[in-house]
Design a protein around this ligand. Sequence first.
Ligand code: ZN
Ligand code: ZN
Length: 218
Amino acid sequence: MLDLLLPLRCAVCERVGAALCAICRALLVRLSPPLCARCGSPGTWPVQRCAECAGRRLAFATARAAILYDGRARRVVTAWKERAQRRLAQDAAALVAETLARPHVAALAFVPADRERVLVRGHRPAEALARELGRLWELPVEPLVARLRSVDRQRGLGLQERRRNVAGVFGPARASPPRVCLVDDVYTSGATAAAAASALRKGGARRVEVVTFARAVR
Ligand SMILES: [Zn+2]
Ligand SMILES: [Zn+2]
């Protein structure tokens, strides 16, 4: 309802008129090759493994993101989560669909929202992104991952702590098709994506591709 009553303001520059104005949209940094084939980290050369993912056991085969998680992207994601704007989920999905190729999978899954945060914000950003992407890519969206418990905030934690923090958080909600794409809003350390992909594997997936709107780059 609020969406209808308040004038739309750009999530980044607050100019009135659109949830994400054309100028700020154009300034979001697209992630383009060369990338690490596995985790999607951008680099100087295309590599199979990179400093970020070498030696890590990751349950997903590939991770790709549309844009760099910089200050502008952070403002888009914050507004999208906090204002629960469907329009921003649509904008995010459009950016993903124009930047990344449609995955060869039977279904899209998503990282399920934390129940406590859903109660506070009434919003499921990864699911909203998956639903919009499902429409653009004409793929079914299925709740294949279950959240088994709440998780402490990941922000400010090191990689080891993040991995420990998400251990046992997800499980399979139902049987997964062999090839599935996992959707989330932001890829930070990859710990959440790996934990949710692991739940999909337990549910029967043999290959999991991760797609996110934005990706942090060290
Ligand atoms: Zn703007
Ligand atoms: Zn990598």
